[in-house]
Design a protein. Structure first.
Length: 394
């Protein structure tokens, strides 16, 4: 790396972890983190949980919401510049452009994350979105004045947000095309158990429908029914922020920047990490797409080490925890499909095992931490699940 130092684009977990790892691994060049976000780096997971419920206040110092106090950046000599997006990368000149200014890099880490997909129906712009702290503030303020809400999309963020709004006392309708939440991704039996967790908080689930329009009175469904409500949240998935990488000629597949296990992109001295990356995992033996907090931290850790000249690779089994109502659900998986599964119910929870070609590829648990830990090892080693699975054909 030249003396121009490390430039990181993005101040989410991947970007901050890359800056931290670069320093920890002996990187001595200047470090600049450029972020479009207007806030100091913060935790995203609480935004659909404690923060939305009103159980977590915003205090910049000493509060769990923020990743680090301002001194943390000063102590590590990390120059955090936020509020303006990087608009261009010149891989030949080794520069990025922010607000018309060209900033040189010796190594560049692209940790631009992903943005929520807007609702593609008439009036869709009326629906609130949830990704940044600014979005969460808008949603929380709207919820404070609302009696009813419609949440569109029953992925983990939709389920979490619906439950949190219901726990605030709103009358909440969760609308999704699946018979049960995440039937396509996790299977019908797993989806039933997620549905139980969501409805236990008072949420009403409307299955098998899609939204055709949004207007001032609420949401219109494709069966002609209108659900009146005071606020609408669209939680219908995200699109990785790979536009500047594509424009710079980097190898991008399905909107993600393709990287090796060392997080190197197709351009010299450019790395990508986190939700925007399509990274090779050495344990999986293939590229996998992940959208989880800890995996973004792990990616950033590898990218920062590499930028400092220390060899590192990504090998961890992806995973995350979700909280729906008061219940935690934990998931380890490569996330690219399975052909057989088995649900095992416990007294106060469940485990779902997923296999592909006889190897464990996922485990979803609720109050079954031993299975969660066991599953991680089985997935890493490509061993069979501890129970017999049945073919499900996803
Ligand atoms: C409400 C919510 C709840 C979640 N809950 C969980 C959970 O419980 N568990 C879990 O594992 N995961 C959860 N996630 C997902 C997790 O937060 C993400 O996987 C993680 O934040 C990805 O990290 P990242 O650093 O790759 O991207 P991000 O956190 O999205 O950060 C990307 C950064 O890049 C910046 N940026 C984008 N484009 C540019 C540009 N052109 N120039 C400059 N800066 C740019 C953005 O402003 C942002 O700062 C949740 C996400 C949300 C939104």
């Amino acid at each position: 790396m030249s003396g121009a130092g490390l430039v990181v684009v993005g101040s989410g977990p991947a970007g901050i972890s890359a800056a931290e790892s670069y320093r920890r691994n002996g990187g001595e060049g200047p470090v600049v983190v450029l972020s479009a976000d207007t806030d100091l780096p913060y935790e995203r997971p609480p935004l659909s949980k404690d923060f939305l419920r009103g159980d977590l206040d915003e205090v910049a110092d000493g509060d769990e919401l923020f990743l680090h106090p301002p001194e943390w950046f000063v102590e590590r000599d990390v120059d955090l510049r936020h509020g303006k997006p990087v608009t261009e990368i010149d891989v030949e000149a080794h520069t990025v452009t922010v607000d018309g200014e060209r900033i040189p890099y010796g190594a560049l880490v692209l940790a631009c994350g992903a943005g929520p997909s807007p609702l593609p129906v008439p009036g869709g712009e009326r629906a609130l979105l949830l990704r940044a702290l600014a979005d969460a503030r808008r949603l929380r303020d709207a919820a404070a004045d609302a009696k009813s809400a419609v949440v569109i999309g029953a992925g983990f963020i939709g389920c979490e947000a619906a439950a949190s709004l219901a726990m605030r006392g709103l009358s909440v309708t969760l609308v999704a095309p699946d018979e049960v939440p995440q039937a396509n991704r996790l299977g019908v039996e797993a989806g039933r158990r997620l549905l139980d967790l969501v409805t236990a908080t008072g949420v009403r689930y409307v299955a098998g429908t899609s939204v055709t329009s949004v207007d001032e009175s609420g949401v219109r469904l494709d069966d002609g029914v209108t659900v009146d409500c005071d606020l609408v949240l669209a939680a219908t998935g995200v699109t990785p922020h790979s536009e500047i990488a594509s424009a710079a000629g980097l190898n991008v597949r399905d909107s993600r920047i393709v990287v090796g296990a060392d997080m190197r992109t197709s351009a010299a001295d450019v790395y990508a990490a986190g939700d925007v990356a399509f990274a090779f995992n050495t344990a999986a033996g293939r590229h996998v797409a992940v959208e989880h907090w800890q995996d973004a931290v792990d990616h950033g850790d590898v990218a920062g080490a590499q930028a400092a000249g220390v060899t590192a690779t990504w090998h961890a089994v992806p995973g995350f925890w979700s909280t729906i109502g008061d219940t935690a659900v934990k998931y380890h998986a490569w996330g690219d499909g399975y052909d057989a599964s088995r649900v095992v119910d416990h007294d106060d929870g469940f485990t779902v095992w997923y296999e592909a070609a006889g190897k464990t590829v996922g485990v979803l648990t609720c109050n079954a931490d031993d299975d969660y830990d066991l599953g991680e090892g089985l997935i890493a080693d490509g061993r069979p699940a501890p129970v017999e699975t049945t073919r499900t054909g996803t």
